[in-house]
Design a binder for this molecule. Structure first.
Ligand code: ADP
Ligand code: MG
Length: 695
């Protein structure tokens, strides 16, 4: 194949220097075409400023050095093979050590090689790095003296075995760029200058081989912008298509909401009122609401859900309320019934564990429209559940369900209005990225007279004191919860631990109190009974597994003891703590630290320091990264090549504005000048679009 014939779609094996065996290794790594290789960006760039001299290395820091191999070879130890290399950069010597992958290292290193080495500096009979990353440099790659920027490519086992280490990649990428025609830009010159971006052709060439000072950072910015832009374009198109899809506008107004509010034993906070009116405005529109309601634990989202559901019923439509656990579904059922006691509104509970006969009757009534508000768990998603006219859906604790529930839900009605609720305060950049097609309402105010929960982390030897304090509080008429986590590697399950502790506490410390037990394996009736007893105060101390985490609302409970607290994530701890401090009494959250790692300890410190859900979720995000923060379900469809949500805040907003402006002007991207944008968009999100039913 003639080099001049290089096109973006050319299969990778035809690229100079590749061939069939490298070609297939690259394909396995997701690089099938020239285009894929163009977008296979360096993981890092090595320039003069990134390199440290060996004599300046500091213990326990991560650093990169450029040095020559002086001696290297395998050694046998009692525990097996190891490989050692000593390198020098003329300032001092550094020892590199490998215990794994010895065969590969020994094949790939020889005396005289110049390496860029990246690793954690340790001190053990001199300065050393164990299992450093390394990249062999060629003659021309001299970040120190010539001032070039060396791209460091990600490479892995199979690629390295066919010679595609960093150096191999640099060689073939250079070949490719030399014979590649200009990369056409999907953005117009106008847009580039408006957004202050450099052309794609420059950005892509410079990210691989930065030879013009100052352009590398602009290239990175341009390529990050592109990634954010196309994701935001997806959000804009989804949002636009939801808006266009049309639904019944719920414009009938009754006095029911006013009556309900008047009967509450509290006044709504102004945040609750504001959010409720945002929801009403949405529902009165002939396009379906798609709104996320964020509010910290205890901020009073449930009453907002009740009032919104009543609005649907006022309009002769049915409402569904979805909860992630049975216990929460049951509690919502009780709350709805209590709040709606003087209304002519029929409610029903539907969960997976119901008896067949009971379930059948509820399904029938739902289908006939005899049930106005159906409250339940995932069971509501099931095929056999049919509504007569479903107009409104609440998804409580939305973060437990995953980003794409919308598809499954709207089939149950004709584009019903959807209100998702979450107590996980999502930092704004993340919210618009992962949930960017939703409108956002925030309850940013806790009900009046709430006293902040006092949080204390304790070691087990302080527990006796804690228990006497619990007895004191119970004497004052208060209640306490003790929660056990899932302890995976121990021989005891959370269930066993809770059962055992329930027995022990009822026998010993709390023998004079009424101690209850609740866990996930109990039958619904049993759980229901226990929860009712806890709610009405006949149980003083409730021992539980984490089933209690979500939603439970018992304002008289003032102490939450979390066992093995160091094992919980921050968001979860914050949710657990939210189970107390719901009434007007002072409340306490005791975090029992059993075997804390550094990270575990830090989490407990954060909990002691702040009650602010946003601060906690920020910390959580920093510790876990967006993927884990949301769980696999939610982050499934975003895999950034170069963008980084943690640092790109401003750029995300910029890209979002640009994408939304584009869709407003040209919703189907049908203008000729948008053809390239459309092409790339479809390439990246085609599968996503079909699964979401958008075309
Ligand atoms: P969450 O937002 O965590 O779901 P809930 O809706 O369960 O919170 O409300 C927590 C508690 O606060 C409930 O007992 C509820 O009745 C009460 N509550 C809700 N709104 C107010 C308010 N405006 N003033 C006082 N108490 C309120
Ligand atoms: Mg709730």
């Amino acid at each position: 194949m003639a080099e001049s014939g290089l096109e973006f779609g050319t299969p990778i094996q035809f690229l100079k220097g590749v061939g069939p065996s490298r070609g297939s290794a690259m394909e396995n790594a997701g690089i099938s075409t020239v285009q894929d290789l163009l977008y296979y960006f360096p993981r890092r760039h090595l320039d003069r400023t990134a390199v440290t001299r060996i004599k300046d290395l500091r213990e326990s820091t991560w650093a990169t050095v450029v040095a020559d191999v002086m001696v290297c070879g395998e050694r046998r130890t009692r525990r097996g093979k190891m490989y050692e290399a000593t390198v020098s950069d003329k300032s001092q010597l550094l020892k590199l050590i490998w215990f794994n992958g010895v065969d590969y290292v020994s094949k790939s290193l020889k005396v005289g090689d110049r390496l860029a080495v990246h690793g954690k500096v340790e001190s053990y009979q001199g300065t050393q790095m164990v299992h450093p990353e390394y990249d062999r440099l060629s003659e021309g790659d001299d970040p120190i003296h010539s001032g070039t920027v060396v791209p460091i490519y990600p490479s892995s086992g199979e690629l390295k075995h066919v010679g595609l280490d960093g150096r191999g990649f640099r060689r073939i990428v250079r070949n490719m760029l030399e014979s590649l025609p200009e990369v056409p830009d999907h953005f117009s010159d106008d847009l580039l200058s408006q957004q202050n971006l450099i052309p794609l052709n420059d950005a892509i060439r410079q990210i691989h081989f930065a030879d013009q000072p100052g352009l590398l950072s602009k290239s990175i910015k341009r390529l990050k912008f592109d990634e954010h832009f196309f994701l935001q374009l997806l959000m804009a198109i989804k949002k636009d298509s939801i808006q266009r899809s049309g639904t019944k506008a719920l414009t009938i107004k009754s006095n029911n909401a006013i009556e309900i509010i008047a009967e509450l034993d509290f006044d709504l906070t102004s945040a609750q009122k504001r959010v409720y009116s945002e929801i009403c405005a949405d529902m009165e529109n002939p396009s379906p609401m798609n709104r996320l309601l964020q509010g910290d634990v205890g901020s009073g989202k449930t009453i907002v859900a009740v009032l919104s559901a009543v609005k649907a019923v006022d309009n002769k439509m049915q409402a569904a309320v979805l909860a992630p656990t049975e216990i929460l579904a049951q509690q919502h059922f009780r709350t709805f019934n209590k709040t709606l006691i003087n209304q002519d509104i029929s409610t029903a509970l539907l969960t997976g564990k119901m008896k067949v006969k009971e379930k059948k009757s509820i399904l029938e009534k739902t289908q006939l429209g005899e049930i106005d508000i159906l409250i339940g768990t995932h069971a509501i998603f099931q095929k056999d559940v049919e509504f007569k006219n479903l107009g409104f859906i609440v998804v409580d604790e939305q973060h437990r369900f995953g980003v794409n529930q919308r598809g499954g839900l709207i089939q149950k009605g004709w584009n019903p209005h959807i209100l998702a609720m979450t107590a996980t305060p999502i930092p704004r950049t993340l919210a618009i990225t992962y949930l960017g097609d939703m409108d956002l309402s925030v309850i940013d105010e806790l009900p009046k007279h709430r006293i902040p929960v006092i949080t204390k982390s304790v070691e087990p030897d302080r527990l006796e004191k804690v228990y006497s304090f619990v007895k004191e509080e119970v004497k004052q008429g208060r209640q306490c919860m003790v929660v056990f986590p899932l302890v995976e590697e121990s021989e005891k399950s959370d269930l066993a631990a809770a059962v055992e502790e329930h027995e022990r506490l009822s026998r010993e410390e709390f023998s004079a109190l009424s101690v209850g037990l609740i866990h996930g394996r109990m039958k619904r009736d049993e759980k229901d009974e226990i929860m009712t007893e806890f709610e009405n105060g006949s149980i003083d101390v409730l021992v539980s597994t984490t089933v209690i985490e979500v939603g439970i609302d018992v304002p008289n409970a003032t102490i939450m003891i979390v066992e093995h607290a160091d094992r919980f994530g921050l968001t979860q701890l914050h949710q657990l703590r939210g189970r107390v401090g719901r009434g007007t009494e002072k409340s306490y959250c005791i975090l029992v630290e059993r075997k804390a790692t550094d990270r575990g300890k830090y989490r407990l410190e954060v909990m002691e320091r702040t009650n602010d859900g946003f601060e906690i979720s920020d910390e959580d995000l920093k510790m876990r990264g967006p993927g884990e923060f949301f769980g696999a379900k939610q982050s499934g469809f975003i895999r950034y090549r170069i963008a980084d949500l943690m640092t790109d805040g401003a750029l995300v907003h910029q890209a979002r504005d640009a994408a939304f402006a584009l869709v407003e002007k040209d919703p189907h991207l049908s203008e000729v000048s948008h053809a390239l944008i459309k092409m790339r968009f479809e390439r990246e999100y085609a599968t996503y679009l079909t699964s979401a039913g958008i075309s």
